[in-house]
Ligand binder design. Structure first.
Ligand SMILES: Cc1ncc(COP(=O)(O)O)c(C=O)c1O
Length: 394
């Protein structure tokens, strides 16, 4: 009998993406060009922002976001940034790498996103920013987070690496804070292999982040098109700026090949999202009688969910390790739900923290996720439902 495989993600490269990549190759244009520019424009618009800037990873997008804010607001080394205690490690690694201090905040037990009611107790005179993380496709509860930020004059960087096109009170992720950060890494919602995107409505920050991704180059010259059709004084200004560097920057650019993939994926985003949501719905219906053992995903009122993956939390004595082994043996891939504060490197850096973060500690022990992406069909979803019933003997 054929073994049914249910991976976490799938490289869903359609005909359109292949066509665009081939066009980019035929045009012999590999640096920042028309595919990437068009994608940036559409992506910004879809997220209610004036600017979207591509880079080579979600981590790079986060890194330049924090670097730009640190420069603009003259933060000092050792200043603090509030980060949820459940997230992918890059969210807080980049804070440390900017010589800032991540201060962890416990998460909500139902959504696994930063719990706004926990912010106050971690506020100090050195707190400068909050990084709410829209986990698994679900936006954070943004209104209280933005109110808290406003009250205490904090900047907000949304880590939306796992969430695209989703809304909270009809407003898209990436448009609440000063800057939004997205990822197009394998198994994310739009996939380009590697890739990141920053969104913002602030022109100064957009210029700074573009410069930071380009070695700290003078923002007058950002693309090989910038000197096209110019002459005289105008051309000379651009020529002088081509090799002028105004800050310490990184080499975080993508090629047109990722831009072409991104545009192709973007143009069929409705189909991608609809299938993910349909799969998540089928899973929730199929698993509804297992809720004494498994906590299913919640979608709070006023929010939409783009389901990068399908999170589950063991309860009522269900053993996550036995269960995930059972699932993997049945061809169903699993991942632990983004444990952070118990990572060996974080224990080394910050000591034992789980005692202060009871919700995160419970999730570190009991939470995991499985795939619900657009390449999974009814057969795979039914296999997941049946396997979970078999494990719980129901
Ligand atoms: C919440 C979160 N932040 C940041 C990242 C980093 O994105 P990338 O892998 O594109 O660097 C990820 C990646 O999976 C993520 O899930």
């Amino acid at each position: 009998m054929e073994k049914i495989i249910v991976p976490i993600g799938f490289a869903d490269i359609g005909e359109r993406e292949t066509k665009y990549v081939n066009e980019a190759l035929k045009n012999k244009r590999l640096s920042y060009g028309p595919f990437t520019q068009k994608f940036e424009k559409l992506f910004a618009h879809a997220h209610g922002c004036k600017y979207a800037l591509t880079s080579n990873s979600g981590t790079s997008a986060l890194r330049v976001a924090i670097a730009a804010l640190k420069e603009k607001y003259s933060w000092q080394d050792g200043d603090e940034v509030l980060v949820p205690a459940i997230t992918f490690i890059a969210t807080s690694n980049i804070v440390i790498m900017q010589n800032l201090k991540p201060v962890f905040v416990d998460v909500d037990p139902l959504t696994y996103n930063l719990d706004p009611s926990q912010l106050e107790k971690h506020l100090t005179s050195r707190t400068r920013a909050i990084i709410p993380v829209h986990l698994s496709g679900l936006p954070c509860d943004m209104e209280p987070i933005m109110q808290f930020a406003k009250k205490h004059n904090l900047r907000v960087v949304e880590d939306s690496c796992e969430t695209m096109f989703a809304t909270c009170d009809k407003k898209p992720v990436g448009s609440f804070g000063d800057i939004g950060c997205f990822s197009t890494y394998v198994a994310h919602i739009l996939v380009t292999g590697v890739g990141g995107i920053n969104t913002t409505n602030n022109e100064e920050l957009a210029i700074m982040m573009r410069s930071l991704c380009n070695h700290g180059r003078d923002s007058i010259y950002m693309s090989i098109d910038d000197d096209d059709n110019l002459s005289g004084k105008e051309l000379k200004t651009i020529m002088d700026a081509r090799f002028k560097f105004v800050r310490l920057g990184y080499s975080f650019r993508i090629t047109e090949l990722e831009g072409a993939l991104a545009l192709g994926q973007f143009e069929r985003k409705e189909q991608i999202l609809a299938k993910r949501q349909e799969n998540a719905k089928m899973l929730s219906e199929g698993l509804s009688d297992l809720q004494e053992f498994l906590q299913l995903p919640t979608v709070p009122k006023g929010r939409t969910h783009s389901f990068m993956f399908y999170p589950l939390v063991c309860k009522g004595g269900a053993d996550r390790e036995k269960l995930t082994l059972f699932l993997e043996e049945a061809g169903i891939e699993t991942r632990h739900l983004l444990p952070l504060i118990n990572q060996p490197i974080y224990i080394k850096l910050f000591g034992e923290l789980e005692g202060k973060y009871p919700v995160a500690a419970n999730l570190n022990k009991n939470a995991f996720y499985i795939g619900c992406h657009q390449h999974l069909g009814k057969k795979e979803i039914e296999h997941v439902v049946k396997t979970l019933h078999k494990f719980f003997k129901k």
